[in-house]
Write a protein that binds this ligand. Structure first.
Ligand SMILES: [Zn+2]
Length: 370
């Protein structure tokens, strides 16, 4: 049985009195589950990624902290919004803009909906006055940026709404381009409508920069690391002559759990996927080749170790296989190098993460030389 609805609930979640009054005037007194789950982190300036179906109150979940933040921020300028909201469709963008205009009006915030289908000339006129919040569809936002009509360098918060829909519609590269055009310090908030697999969430999180807080990438193997060099690369007990190539940092944990592997790793950061616009340049392939070629010194003051074997441990699915084949072609340039692939017995079409330890141990020890 949920507690009785009270406007004080919004207060308890960190909503300032001024905004609580605005909400109360609109008869919004009881936070929804999504708002309860995300408001404290959003108020704290943390990145937020949450599942929130349509009708769950997600617009207010990001709208309330946004209006609070902008209410206290320095005044906006023409063409330089302080908040960017990326939406998959113009209908949704218009709805979001309406909700934000309602709660932002008392704070004097100006909200624009900049969507495809509307005349650019009209949007140019709208952008000639200071704009606090821009709600955009990805294609039009890119177009406006190219024309110099929209600049994202002053954005304090970027919201990706219905991220899974945007990805399904093929907009993810555009979305990431827009997020990248915002300052690194900007808060990132993203909602997905449907249940997403943990790996997809992790990919999205990585892509949106949610891992940037105190976390970086090992300069040798591209694993997630709190230090410049990760704990595996810095461990002299690990055999530096063998490199196991994986798609994602979590694959390292999976292989480590088998206890069968004492070499080092290389994290590609994904797999080749033409449909999702992921090409060789999007993966950490160049750093891998440098390591194998001995160009990249492993640790300061040490000789770069000679790599004798590369184990391709990309996922046993279409993208993983395509990535392994691509790497085999590149690695044939190193005649001394042994190239191997995890043995068969791995479930086809699967993900390394879901392979049991015994199967993975066997696949590793029975790996096939290519
Ligand atoms: Zn490393």
């Amino acid at each position: 049985m949920p507690p009785p609805a009270e406007s004080s609930d919004f207060r308890q979640l960190g909503t300032p009195e001024a905004i609580v009054s605005i909400l109360r005037a609109q008869r919004i007194t009881s936070p929804t589950a999504v708002q309860v789950a995300t408001l404290p982190d959003a108020f704290a300036g943390k990145d937020v990624l949450a599942q929130a179906p349509t009708g769950s109150g997600k617009t207010l979940a990001f709208g309330i902290p946004l209006v609070t933040l902008l209410n206290n921020a320095s005044p906006a300028l023409p063409r330089y919004p302080r908040a960017l909201i990326i939406s998959p469709t113009r209908e949704l963008a218009d709805q979001i803009a309406d909700v934000l205009a309602d709660i932002g009006a008392a704070a004097g915030l100006r909200v624009l909906s900049l969507v495809g289908g509307d005349p650019v000339a009209k949007q140019q006129t709208l952008l000639a006055a200071p704009v606090d919040i821009a709600v955009v569809t990805p294609g039009r936002a890119h177009d406006l940026r190219r024309r110099g009509l929209l600049n994202l360098e002053q954005v304090l918060t970027v919201v990706v709404d219905e991220a899974d829909m945007l990805a399904d519609m093929g907009f993810l590269p555009d979305v990431l381009g827009l997020v990248r055009a915002c300052p690194k310090s900007a808060q990132r908030i993203a909602f997905h409508v449907l249940h997403m697999e943990p790996e997809d969430i992790e990919r999205l999180q990585n892509a949106l920069g949610a891992v940037r807080d105190g976390v970086t990438f090992c300069r040798i193997c591209c694993n997630i690391s709190r230090e410049d060099v990760c704990r595996i690369c810095i461990n002299s007990q690990r055999d530096a002559s063998t490199i196991c190539v994986v798609e994602e940092p979590k694959d390292i944990q999976v292989i480590e759990r088998t206890g069968e592997y004492s070499g080092r790793y290389h994290v590609l950061g994904g797999a080749l996927d033409p449909l999702a616009n992921v090409g060789p340049k999007d993966l950490a392939i160049a750093p891998l080749l440098k390591r194998i070629g001995g160009v990249l010194p492993d640790l300061e003051g040490e000789e770069s170790p000679q790599v004798k074997e590369v184990i391709l441990a990309t996922d046993p699915d279409t993208e993983g296989e395509a990535t392994a084949s691509y790497l085999v072609r590149l690695l044939k340039d190193f005649p001394e190098l042994t190239i191997s692939r995890l043995a068969s017995g791995m479930p086809l079409g699967g993900d390394l993460e879901f392979v049991d330890e015994l199967t993975l141990s066997r696949a590793l020890s029975g790996r096939l030389k290519l």
